[in-house]
Design a protein around this ligand. Sequence first.
Ligand code: KG4
Ligand code: ZN
Length: 339
Amino acid sequence: MMVLGIETSCDETGVAIYHSAQGLLAHYLHSQIDTHAEYGGVVPELASRDHIRKLVPLIRQVCAAAGVGKAELDGIAYTSGPGLIGALLAGASVARSLAYSLNIPAVGVHHMEGHLLAPLLEPEPPAFPFLALLVSGGHTQLVGVTEIGHYTILGESVDDAAGEAFDKTAKLLGLGYPGGPRIAQLADQGNASRFKFPRPMTDRPGLEFSFSGLKTHTVVTLEATRGTREDRADVAAGFQEAVVDTLVIKTRRALRQTGFKRLVVAGGVSANRLLREKLSDLAAVEGCLAYFPRLEFCGDNGAMIAFAGCHRLLAGQHEPAEISARPRWPITQLTPAAG
Ligand code: KG4
Ligand code: ZN
């Protein structure tokens, strides 16, 4: 089955062609960083307009790169939530219209299921069941996964997501948007042990996260310095280590509680080098295997949507030709993909 995947939930336009037997044939990503940078964050209306501008040319490009004519497509998968409503509708409208004109099915994919399955695009994919740590701009979740579509949330953030904490702290440090990669870069030049950052909620049982207090801690810490580049690099390094350590501590706890022997890490923050290193070390110590997406598939992309959608289409799942988008959509409402 040949599936076109379309991702437009936030600030990247991603398209890809995935074939159930041949694997990923081609993918393209257009990032809107330049569009939003001067505003210090994503401007939803600008995001929608840019998706509308870029989608059709990108779909043409990805078909050409895969050597696939539109008539050869068997289905279309698009992100139908969660995300920015206007951005989601841009992708949904194009996907539905194209599917209608080609007389093929279209399926709305859950964005976080896309992230969760992204490591399955790698040459040695994890077998089921596994523990997934999802760390993106909107979500921080520990999820028990027994099969595609069967997800149990074991713990999640009660306030900011890990990526959101990176983005907000980056603003406080004058680093702008996008925050995560910029903090990581600055942290590389800093001394993580100069300032003592808390590891929120690790001193009590449970698998919940809370990252919003780290922002306040950053402000207070920064105010006590002269704010030189060295000071800011040390704060960035201390902050990054606090987030990473907290994620590692809770993941260790979840692995021990559940007994899962495989750990899957995905979402934009899974591109963070320190996090990848420390979670790989954790997995080794716990006698588990760790799986990450390749760096380009950590953040939003069309490949993960094509892949997730292909599995749902193969199981005969698709919706009638109505254009719908769900800005809020708990992943636990999904049903298993298999028959
Ligand atoms: O998955 P994603 O692309 O979009 C959402 O679904 O939210 O995640 C984006 C998030 C942003 O908050 C961004 O700052 C963060 O991932 N991020 C990082 C890194 N690269 C992206 N955070 C920390 N370190 C990174 N290297
Ligand atoms: Zn995402």
